[in-house]
Design a protein around this ligand. Structure first.
Ligand SMILES: Cc1ncc(C[n+]2csc(CCOP(=O)(O)OP(=O)(O)O)c2C)c(N)n1
Length: 645
């Protein structure tokens, strides 16, 4: 209904009944309960209109529209603390907490963040981007509150997808023990980005369809909703008696109860009036509480229901059809990887594909549909994914863990302890390496060369184009002596012909352009930019050699010695932090072999890089063609090099 209206009219916030005057939670308190229903429609319409123009995470925020309203209506934020897991569902929260105008800048350079961010607002109590941190953070905040003998409420809001991460259970175990006053709201929409892979889902499904449970549950909520506050003690006693009865009949061994939480729900998360009443009740209770709400991801537009996975995050789109405007004829690295892996797995029955809740994002949805029995989505559980892969490898399988560079950070110890020490042939396929763009500092994959290079005997490579990505993957499946990691960027590949798979010699670099004045040692997608920069410099009479190093580990020592003997001016380039990355490796090599060449290490400076389009960020950091040619120019005339350090 609402969406039809949008089809015809140009959106204008001045036409809204309530939203035009809502800027902070205090403005909400002036509304009555029924007004909140109208406001939730207005919020959805505003959100869809804005995000259709600029792109962003949409589905999760649409799903928590009523919940967000109810939370800010009932709680006294920011004194009471709301801790949102991941933070991708925080757009309505941002609108209601002083950032309505700024929403149109979300995820763009200089604009507000797509996630919660402490430096952005006092209402953003805990920053995030990675999943499954909210309950632990909430416990820390509650413990601090109690130390200081202060009196405020702490509420963590976590999705069922994020509940597949182990840290949620570590935190609940701890809360149950400490018995702190914390409310955890489980936002259950049965979706992660893809359909969720949560074993507990079946358990909840049974619970929800159980007649006896449902009858008793509605009695509890009817009573707590309709009676006067002065009866609250009696209501609570009654509620717990009912709960007790329900538990023993319907939910023996209920997980949350066993962990020390009082469990309420499941309740309809789209009935804002009811949500307010329930939150008002649970707010009065003490101890650990888990409120289970049921929502629909992407609630609102009809296209969301048709494409529940697509709605998670969108580039600019048509707001009536949901169809994205973006068109590209060149396949992405993700697609190239997914296709190559499927081809290789068809030839080699030992190959197993593993991902952590990102089948589309990693390109594994192809192998999922074509070879489902050798495909695993383990949930948002990167640590488990790695040790699970290690177990498979001990039995002669070749597991390929396709995990974004930034999320693999979580599994560092598993890579060292479970895989590398035991020399197990696990392949790590790290998509989204380098600067990812709009998701910003929580998602940039700019540390992997550093955190993997330090692991003894790790093979670590990065392709210059999609052919090399295919060949590196092929090479990795043949290498059985230990772990191999391949990192490649977000976005479109270069559009080169791929041909048949070819094996690459481990540790061999290649000269891709000859020159005499200076040399660029480049890794991964920096090779292409370096070649283009060398072409510009050639037009100015400067001849720059470009080497595609391919391997950060093992380094091609023969090639490096030749380079050090032939060139005085050397630039290394990577889209990884300069601390401990590829350039560091080259410089360590030079020191160890007593070379005194002029080496300039170029890459990501030692600070967190904000969000923006990758091309904007590359330009700011002089990692684009223009920047690289400028740096080489400065290097040659022996001026101070102006790259940001
Ligand atoms: C550690 C980690 N792995 C993967 C992701 C990618 N990711 C972002 S949101 C999301 C799904 C979260 O599902 P859920 O918690 O149910 O929230 P919903 O989007 O359904 O509201 C995933 C897998 C992440 N943010 N962090």
């Amino acid at each position: 209904m609402m969406m039809n209206k949008m089809k015809d009219a140009q959106y204008d916030i001045r036409d809204t009944k309530f939203l035009k005057d809502i800027n902070y939670p205090i403005d909400l308190k002036k509304l009555n309960l029924m007004d909140l229903r109208v406001l939730s429609d207005e919020l959805r319409e505003f959100l869809i209109d804005t995000i259709s123009k600029i792109g962003g995470h949409l589905g999760a925020s649409l799903g928590v529209c009523e919940l967000t309203l109810a939370l800010h209506y009932v709680y006294n934020t920011p004194s009471d603390k709301l801790i949102w897991d991941v933070g991708h569902q925080g757009y309505i929260h941002k609108i209601l907490t002083g950032r309505k105008e700024a929403l149109k800048t979300i995820r763009q350079k200089g604009g507000i963040s797509g996630f919660l961010k402490r430096s952005e607002s006092e209402y953003d109590v805990f920053g995030a981007g990675h999943a499954t941190t909210s309950i632990s953070a909430a416990l820390g905040i509650a413990a601090a509150r109690d130390f200081q003998k202060r009196d405020y409420k702490v509420v963590a809001i976590i999705g069922d997808g994020s509940m597949t991460g182990g840290m949620a259970y570590e935190a609940m175990n701890n809360i149950g023990l400490l018995k702190k006053d914390i409310t955890v709201i489980l936002n259950d929409n049965k979706m992660s980005i893809a359909p969720n892979v949560w074993a507990l889902q079946n358990y909840f499904n049974e619970l929800m369809t159980n007649e006896a449970f449902n009858k008793l549950r509605s009695k509890v909520w009817d009573l707590t909703g309709s009676l006067d506050e002065k009866y609250s003690d009696r209501i609570r006693k009654f509620a717990s008696r009912i709960e007790g009865g329900v538990k023993s009949v319907v939910t023996p061994g209920m997980l949350f109860e066993a962990l020390g939480f009082r469990y309420f729900g499941p309740v309809n998360g789209h009935n804002v009036v009811n949500l307010v009443k329930i939150l008002e009740d649970t707010k009065k209770m003490s101890g650990p509480i888990l409120l289970h709400i049921l929502t629909e991801k992407g609630k609102g537009p009809s296209f969301a229901a048709e494409h529940p996975q697509k709605i998670h995050a969108l580039t600019p789109f048509d707001k009536t059809t949901g169809i994205e405007h973006k068109k590209s004829t060149v396949p992405s690295y993700t697609k190239i990887f997914g296709t190559a892996l499927t081809e290789l797995a068809k030839r080699d029955k030992k190959i197993i594909a593993i991902n952590a809740a990102m089948p589309d994002g990693t390109g594994l949805s192809l192998i999922q549909s074509e070879i489902p029995d050798r495909y695993f989505d383990v949930g948002i559980a990167e640590q488990h994914a790695v040790t699970f892969a290690a177990g498979l490898a001990t039995e002669g399988y070749t597991p390929v863990c396709a995990i974004y560079s930034t999320f693999l950070q979580r599994a560092f110890d598993q890579i060292v302890h479970d895989v590398a020490i035991q020399k197990l042939p696990v392949i790590f396929a790290m998509d989204r390496a380098g600067l990812v763009g709009a998701d910003g500092p929580t998602h940039h994959g700019t540390f992997d060369l550093t955190y993997l290079r330090l692991i003894p005997e790790m093979v670590l490579m990065a392709p210059k184009d999609e052919k090399e990505l295919r060949d590196m993957l092929y090479t990795a499946t043949l290498y059985k002596r230990g772990p191999v990691a391949i990192r490649y960027p977000r976005g479109n590949a270069l559009g080169v012909d791929c041909g048949e798979f070819e094996k690459i010699e481990i540790g061999k670099a290649e000269v891709v352009r000859n020159g005499k004045d200076a040399v660029i040692l480049a890794i991964g997608n920096m090779v292409d930019n370096s070649l283009k920069a060398a072409e510009i410099l050639h037009e100015r009479g400067v001849e720059v050699e470009v080497v595609n190093m391919r391997f950060v580990k093992p380094l091609d020592s023969e090639m490096l010695m030749d380079i050090f003997n032939r060139f005085d001016k050397i630039m290394t380039i990577e889209d990884n932090t300069i601390i401990g990355g590829f350039g560091s490796a080259v410089s360590e090599f030079a020191t160890m072999h007593n070379y005194k060449n002029d080496i300039f290490i170029h890459g990501i400076p030692d600070r967190f890089i904000e969000h923006g389009k990758p091309e904007e960020l590359h330009s700011d950091l002089k990692l684009d063609v223009k920047g690289i040619s400028e740096i080489i120019g400065s290097l040659l005339i022996r001026k101070n090099v102006e790259s940001e350090k």
